[in-house]
Design a protein around this ligand. Structure first.
Ligand SMILES: C[S@@+](CC[C@H](N)C(=O)[O-])C[C@H]1O[C@@H](n2cnc3c(N)ncnc32)[C@H](O)[C@@H]1O
Ligand code: SF4
Length: 428
């Protein structure tokens, strides 16, 4: 594995100036807790985090649960200092050497812990730091979503890929060359499609990428060839399987392929029987009872969590008029009702981060590579102003610094004038 740590080392003078600037941010304005503990024996407990990622001047923490947490600029700076210090006592000395009094230092750290109490605390033994990716000041994504091929066995009624007129798949060497430029910078790759296991070089690709990236899969779980299924299962990483109903009649009618429920649920069972975690992706289509039945069925199968998505009316879905009324409310209720049974997530969790004028992470923390090699902000469809480049485009630096991307989106969506949010073009 590469060294992921990209913490920057600045001169003491630079740090002093930066701290002085950042102290003017009203982080102090609310109440704070006073630490009761003895500094010399304390460490940050970062065990809920899978990794930290720099995007521009901020750190994004990916929790083990998959949720992304954004630290503001001041908090990111404090974390940066902590990564360099490796213990609270060293952090304290560092802050004092930068000009803070002991009292201010304690308030600063206490406030930071207070702001993030749901996932951060103190502990009295050293804990190895999670990996740190990205690069401060640069805009490397946290994740590549890769559509390996548009080929698929199923014909799901809602599929945004639409009817496949011409089968396409990514060139293996070009893809690997491209992704290798991002080793240590971009940690996560989701392999999707179409059906990713129909990609001719699937096993080879997993061997190649798993050395340097954390890989997850989005699959229908239908008719997966044993060799490919094994490669997928053996990797032991997150397998996301799509399952739409709790019974063969409705699921097969939705995927338009008889036997798909049986094959998919057998795949889920075989992963679980071999001790691997499976997440199910399902959809809410305006029938709360059916959603609840599907979630209950997933719990019964032993699935680790359920992600609930909303249908975007494009591709094959555009003729179907799917419309999920009160999606957010229903998913929140399901989360509450299944609280002690199975974790439920919104697929669109990135929306809370609102990194772009579209209110999501497309094109910023998430880039999508299509089966023809094009890179767009969002994998659902191609819109000119969301184009980032292609995997054939070198030098890579031209696209790895995609700072012009947000600007282009603002101009195209008419949000440069200060109105900072428009509706997602795929959700209209
Ligand atoms: C395009 S599929 C590719 C991977 C694999 N074939 C599968 O079905 O899981 C990835 C995910 O996108 C979802 N999806 C497809 N079309 C969609 C649409 N129009 N709106 C929302 N989600 C969609 C699928 O349900 C699936 O969970
Ligand atoms: S949603 Fe997945 S399984 Fe269904 S048709 Fe689309 S690519 Fe195939």
């Amino acid at each position: 594995m590469p060294r992921w740590n990209t913490v920057q080392h600045h001169s003491a003078n630079y740090q002093k100036q930066k701290l002085a600037t950042e102290f003017s941010v009203p982080i102090w304005s609310q109440g704070y807790i006073i630490l009761q503990s003895r500094w010399s024996v304390m460490y940050f407990d970062l065990s809920k985090f899978a990794l930290f990622h720099w995007y521009k001047e901020q750190i994004y923490g990916t929790l083990i649960s998959g949720e992304i947490v954004r630290f503001n600029v001041v908090e990111s700076y404090l974390l940066e200092l902590y990564f360099e210090s490796d213990s609270c006592s060293n952090l304290r000395s560092k802050l004092i050497s930068l000009g803070l009094t002991a009292n201010e230092t304690e308030k600063f750290i206490a406030k930071f812990l207070n702001n993030n109490e749901n996932f951060l605390s103190l502990q009295d033994c050293a804990y190895s730091l999670p990996m740190i990716t990205g690069e401060k000041g640069k805009s490397y994504p946290l994740e590549f979503h890769v559509s390996l091929t548009n080929k698929c066995f199923l014909k799901c009624k809602h599929c945004y890929k639409g009817d496949i007129l011409k089968p396409k798949e990514l060139d293996f060497n070009k893809l690997v060359d491209f992704l290798n430029h991002f080793i240590g910078k971009v940690p996560l790759i989701t392999l999707s499609g179409g059906e990713p296991t129909l990609y001719r070089h699937f096993n080879e690709l997993i061997d190649e990428l798993s050395k340097n990236f954390l890989i997850s899969f989005s699959t229908s779980g239908f008719k997966i060839a044993p060799k490919k299924g094994n490669a997928l299962i053996e990797l032991g990483r997150n397998v996301q399987v799509s399952l739409y109903y709790d019974n063969p009649l409705e699921h097969d009618s939705f995927t338009q392929v008889k036997g798909s429920f049986k094959s998919t649920t057998n795949f889920i069972r075989s992963c679980i029987a071999r001790g691997h975690q499976v997440s199910v992706t399902t959809l809410f289509q305006n029938d709360t009872k059916k959603l609840y039945d599907t979630i209950a069925y997933c719990a019964q199968l032993g699935v680790s969590n359920v992600a609930v998505g909303e249908i975007t009316n494009i591709g094959r879905a555009s003729n179907q008029h799917f419309y999920a009324k009160d999606f957010t409310r229903v998913v929140n209720n399901a989360k509450r009702d299944f609280e002690n049974i199975i974790p439920i997530y919104f697929e669109e969790q990135g929306e809370n981060l609102q990194l772009s004028c579209l209110g999501c992470i497309a094109g910023t923390l998430l880039w999508s590579i299509f089966e023809d090699g094009d890179i767009y902000g969002c994998g659902i469809g191609k819109i000119d102003y969301m184009k980032i480049g292609t995997i054939n485009e070198l030098p890579i630096e031209q696209i790895s610094d995609n700072s012009s991307f947000l600007e282009r989106m603002q101009i195209a969506t008419g949000t440069s004038n200060g109105s900072n949010r428009v509706q997602c073009p795929f959700k209209k």
